[in-house]
Ligand binder design. Structure first.
Ligand code: CUA
Length: 198
């Protein structure tokens, strides 16, 4: 079939089909409704990001994250420290090529101040399977008050393309039941006391 001009040369000035007009109108109404709802979502749905963010030198953030991990490390999983910070404390999660570091172990029902930043490129913090999704830049530190409402294992995936290893950039957060956390902490204290007593 050859490419040929339309039969009627003035094709742009034809009347619009009624059904098409109806659909354009429905799309317009929906668009306006959603536009208005952007404001409503600030009040309902509890899906707003924390407005707390600071400029920070990536090196400083790394130092703080490493110091916090050193203080509260309870074990390692595949060479990554598992950090169990005390409830109410500052918790650091560091994004870099290509991991979210370290692994956190939190207690259900307790609040933590979670500090999020990247030390190299732009990364994404997407907490699975919940609907939390944050863009993370080097040089900026987000601080979120986090209160886990559900125990279990949560995954973190990076959803900002950050190079060849992007698809491997993951992390983990364990949320323990309150009793479980205390039993675990007691075991760690006993182990530490035993190690110290030797
Ligand atoms: Cu980090 Cu993609």
């Amino acid at each position: 079939m050859a490419v040929s001009p339309p039969d009627r040369r003035i094709w742009w000035n034809e009347p619009i089909e009624k059904v098409e007009l109806v659909w354009i109108f429905i799309a317009l109404l929906w668009g306006l409704f959603m536009f208005g709802f952007m404001i409503a979502w600030h009040f309902i749905g509890q899906q707003n990001l924390s407005p707390e963010a600071y400029r920070i030198d990536p090196g400083t953030f790394q130092e703080r994250a490493e110091a916090a991990a050193e203080r509260h490390k309870v074990r390692e999983e595949q060479d990554v420290p598992v950090v169990r910070p005390p409830p109410g404390s500052d918790v650091y999660l560091l994004g870099r090529l290509w991991q979210w570091w370290p692994i956190l172990e939190l207690e259900r029902g307790q609040s933590y101040r979670l500090h999020l930043s990247s030390i190299d490129w732009q990364h994404g913090f997407s907490l699975q399977p919940t609907n939390i999704n944050i863009q993370v830049h080097p040089g900026y530190e987000h601080v979120l008050t986090l209160t886990p409402t559900q125990s279990g294992e949560f995954g973190i995936v990076c959803n900002e393309f950050c190079g060849i290893g992007h698809h491997t950039m993951t992390g983990r957060i364990h949320v323990l039941e309150p009793g479980q956390a205390r039993a675990g902490a007691a075991a760690v204290e006993t182990a530490a006391a035993a190690a110290g007593g030797r």
